[in-house]
Design a protein around this ligand. Structure first.
Ligand code: SAH
Length: 320
């Protein structure tokens, strides 16, 4: 997976594109086309939102090949526009130009995409990552398949889980600290004609505590916190934070309730994650049945020799 030249890089890109084209799990038009090292393109990620592409490129070694990669992408997709999200700090560490700008064609302020049977708006210019959390795509449909009743989408961003939950649950409350993300969530609800979503801005830790005090119960909870352990030294504090969130969610669920819970911190290993869930269940005094042990979507491939390519842990749980 060490590209030596342009031809090899283009071969890797072509292979990545073909893999997505033949992936039968893909139901929608927003997905990751190239996932950095795991697709043999170190430092390069390409996300596709309908007819538009958003690229991130963090490697000085690959910068000379950027034009060739863009030409190949344009030829494959006849894309209407390619946006550079070169605003992370990794590019400046490599001494590369930074910013958010159009590399090819024009990219609108908002992109509307489809995921399964919901539609949502993406903010490719200012949104988190390249505009959406595509790595949770399959987990959203897995949770939807089990969800029912009164639901919470905690750390909802623009209501990605919430929209899917709204198709099967009675009502869904989306909680996030970001007001702009929730405003887009509201627009996404309207776009789909959903009237059973509500939005609460604030700190999820405080809101879950309040809900517990109020005595309200839920049947479905989605927990998708940001990476709480950004570095190895954060692990003890992150473990406590993940545990607090999961413990509270378990307590808020009625017997038979469904919890979909994630950790996207690479530093939290799969075994740490399940240990944390076991501790949470024990403190909550609940029996937890594991329905599914999941990871990131298939368009974010995992390479055996690159443990960091399996970063997302996702458990689908039934709480008794
Ligand atoms: N579930 C989303 C992705 C969530 S990313 C999806 O599938 O698209 C994590 C989210 O947590 C971000 O939207 C961020 O704004 C929010 N966040 C971070 N810290 C928070 C806190 N303490 N309380 C509530 N939301 C928080």
């Amino acid at each position: 997976l060490k590209p030596a030249n342009e031809a090899l890089l283009l071969t890797h890109l072509e292979r990545a594109i073909q893999q997505r084209r033949t992936d039968s799990s893909m139901d929608g038009n927003a997905y990751r086309v190239a996932h950095s090292d795991a697709d043999g393109l170190p430092g390069v990620t390409v996300d596709k939102y309908g007819d538009y592409l958003v690229i991130q490129q963090h490697s000085a070694a690959l910068e000379p090949y950027l034009d060739a990669l863009l030409d190949a992408l344009e030829a494959e997709y006849q894309s209407l526009g390619i946006l550079a999200r070169f605003d992370g700090k990794s590019r400046s560490l490599e001494g590369l130009e930074t910013g958010v700008f159009e590399l090819r064609g024009a990219v609108p302020e908002w992109l509307e995409v489809r995921e399964g049977n919901v539609r949502y708006l993406v903010d490719p210019w200012r949104g988190q990552k390249t505009g959406a959390f595509l790595d949770q795509r399959e987990n959203r449909s897995a949770l939807k398949a089990k969800a029912y009743g009164r639901a919470l989408d905690v750390f909802s961003y623009h209501a990605s889980f919430g929209l899917h939950l709204a198709t099967v649950c009675d009502d869904v409350e989306c909680i996030d600290a970001s007001q702009p993300a929730l405003e887009r969530g509201q627009e996404n609800a309207s776009l789909n004609g959903f009237t059973n979503l509500s939005f609460t801005a604030g700190n999820a830790f405080d809101i879950l505590r309040e809900r517990e005090r109020s005595g309200i119960k839920y049947q479905t909870i989605s927990l998708d916190p940001p990476a709480l352990a950004k570095a190895k030294r954060d692990l003890p504090a992150a473990y406590r934070a993940y545990k607090e969130l999961n413990l509270r969610a378990m307590k808020l669920l009625e017997p038979g309730g469904i919890l979909g819970t994630a950790s996207c911190s690479f530093h939290v290993s799969e075994s740490d994650f399940y240990d944390m869930l076991r501790d949470s269940a024990s403190d909550a005094g609940r029996t937890v049945r594991i329905l599914e042990r999941r990871a990131q979507s298939s368009d974010h491939p995992e390479i055996l020799a690159l443990p960091e390519s399996r970063y997302l842990k996702y458990a689908l749980l039934e709480i008794w």
